[in-house]
Design a protein around this ligand. Structure first.
Ligand SMILES: [Zn+2]
Ligand SMILES: [Zn+2]
Length: 262
């Protein structure tokens, strides 16, 4: 069986072949056959304008953003990819971008990605309007959980219908701090899965939130069922941010996916 880790960040090291070799080495030792390497789009100056609103909304996000964002130009990344593509590796390597989805910046995303010739673009709902829900538990104080969950899935469905992406990252990461809405999420899962299927997109079974917060690993079982019943391709993904985490929990998530029936 082919083991895939479809979401690995390279952001904590230099753009060198040695750094990439560390991910490959770990992937081989974890029995992976394919790894998908990526960067957050905000690492590149070309995407910085999308974040003005979220930075203006919160000092915490403003500080976080200015520590991490706009450190390279997308050309630096393409040069690294070219260097890696010219070498031989024992496993397949795909290259992509994780793009924060903002409906009002669909044009910017389209313009900045259309000529990059990357292997994949994965869209993420990281912001609900200006609320950066996945940074700290205490940012949820006073938040209307029902409203936020509903809006999270509406934005994610817009993401799927935007036609900009090959896949959606961690499609129920809204649960990472253990919040639960008062209503059943099944209709939202169904709507999202339908939009993903119509746009020929994959969904990630992503263990990043589990690694960070110890919440349920990957997607909710009912979301897996919705993806399966709509024929959406599900890809296992570690969301590793360091080579050591490459391939983590992939086999466990494959088992879960196999056990869940429509
Ligand atoms: Zn993400
Ligand atoms: Zn990620």
């Amino acid at each position: 069986m082919k083991h895939i880790d479809a979401h690995i960040h390279i952001e904590r090291g230099e753009y060198t072949l040695n750094w990439i070799n560390e991910f490959v080495g770990k992937a081989v030792s974890q029995d992976m056959s394919e790894i998908w390497l990526l960067e957050h789009c905000y690492r590149f100056s070309e995407f910085v304008p999308m974040y003005e609103g979220v930075c203006a909304h919160s000092n915490y996000i403003d500080e976080w953003f200015h520590r991490k964002a706009g450190v390279f130009s997308i050309l630096d990344y393409l040069n690294l990819i070219e260097k890696v593509r010219n070498k031989n590796y024992p496993i397949d390597i795909k290259w992509g971008l994780e793009v924060c989805y903002f409906k009002k910046f669909e044009n910017l995303i389209y313009t900045q990605t259309k000529d990059l010739r990357l292997d994949f673009l994965v869209g993420s709902t990281h912001f609900i309007d200006n609320f950066a829900f996945d940074h700290k538990q205490e940012h949820w104080d006073g938040v209307d959980v029902d409203k936020i969950f509903k809006h999270y899935f509406e934005i994610s469905t817009d993401l799927a219908n935007s036609g900009l992406f090959h896949g959606i990252a961690h499609p129920d990461s809204i649960k990472l701090f253990g919040h639960k809405p008062s209503f059943l999420l099944n209709p939202y899962y169904d709507k999202l899965a339908d939009a993903l299927a119509k746009n020929n997109m994959y969904a990630e079974m992503n263990s990043g939130c589990y690694l960070r917060c110890g919440c349920e690993i990957g997607m909710d079982v009912n979301m897996i069922k919705a993806m399966k019943s709509h024929g959406v391709r599900v890809l296992t993904a570690s969301d590793a941010h360091i080579p050591e985490d490459t391939g983590d929990n992939i086999i466990t998530m494959e088992k879960i996916l196999n056990e869940v029936n429509e």
